[in-house]
Design a protein around this ligand. Sequence first.
Ligand code: GTP
Ligand code: MG
Length: 329
Amino acid sequence: MPANLPPQYHTVEKKLREAKTPGEKIAVIEELLTIIPKHKGTERLRGDTKRRLAKLRDEQQQGKGKGKAGGGFVRVEREGAGQVALVGPANTGKSSLLKALTKAEPEIAPYPFTTRLPLPGMMAFEDIRIQLIDLPPVSTEYIEPWFPEILRNADLWLLVLDLGQDPLAQMEEVRRILAGFHLGWPGRSAPDPRPAVWKEQPVIIAANKLDLPEGLDTLELFQELRTDPFPVFGVSALERMNLDDLRKVLFEGLGLVRVYTKVPGKEADLKTPFLFKSGSTLLDLAGAVHRDFLQKLTFARIWGRNTYPGQKVSRDYALADKDVIELHD
Ligand SMILES: Nc1nc2c(ncn2[C@@H]2O[C@H](COP(=O)(O)OP(=O)(O)OP(=O)(O)O)[C@@H](O)[C@H]2O)c(=O)[nH]1
Ligand SMILES: [Mg+2]
């Protein structure tokens, strides 16, 4: 074991021992690789770790080729600004929401377990696109081996509950089942002791079927009784109620900022935003525009919500959504 590994190395290595599924192991090894420092003394360790990662990825791929029911491994290629997984019990309207928000054509039916495979669709929000993934229901009956991995890799979960049922009970059921796969949301969903491979994802709740006669009452009751802090939106996929609000809150839930660049003396390019995690700074933008800018940048002028027009800001300015930025060297 090479000397001077960072202290987190051992924590992450412990996680690796607890990881069960190939997907969990892959995630932990990827994390290991980011913390092993790059120098002569760690060359061997990095090499071994990379080989281990390659082998696991191969195994995952081979699983995919088998094609036997439930045994194969399914992945969804990432596209767009972020990935939102539609999570919920059977029949709550996950596929109906995908259909209402994207151009995808999922199968929709009044009986449970209609959806068998993940189906992605692209949801437009203003000038960006967000990937939604429709999934089979979270149920005690059967969970495909690839299902937890998709949830683990998504950026955000849209928890779809049914206002024609008991949404609070549905949420509790989903929490309980996902905890069995080391997955949950922030708050009290983690088992005690918390497994090292435990992964928490941010959640937004869509309380669907608001069009039902009892819809609004059930929504109000749910709001009163629940103790979680997540945003809840009463929606109807069928009647297309409140869907624009949902698009917006999904964008906000991804924690992104869009910024546009402008060349001095010219109009801003408002067509293609640069996307960053919120909290990113002017320096992150400079680096994305051009590597040279990292050194050359002296200041920038901003037109945005939090600044007066053309305000001069320095390198550590935190980017805000919809800022128009003129970089100066
Ligand atoms: N009234 C009403 N019915 C809805 C709404 N959304 C979906 N439904 C109905 O609920 C049933 C289930 O819809 P799906 O979209 O297939 O539900 P799902 O969550 O994808 O179901 P699974 O794939 O089996 O998990 C269908 O009969 C839909 O027509 C809604 O907003 N209002
Ligand atoms: Mg479905």
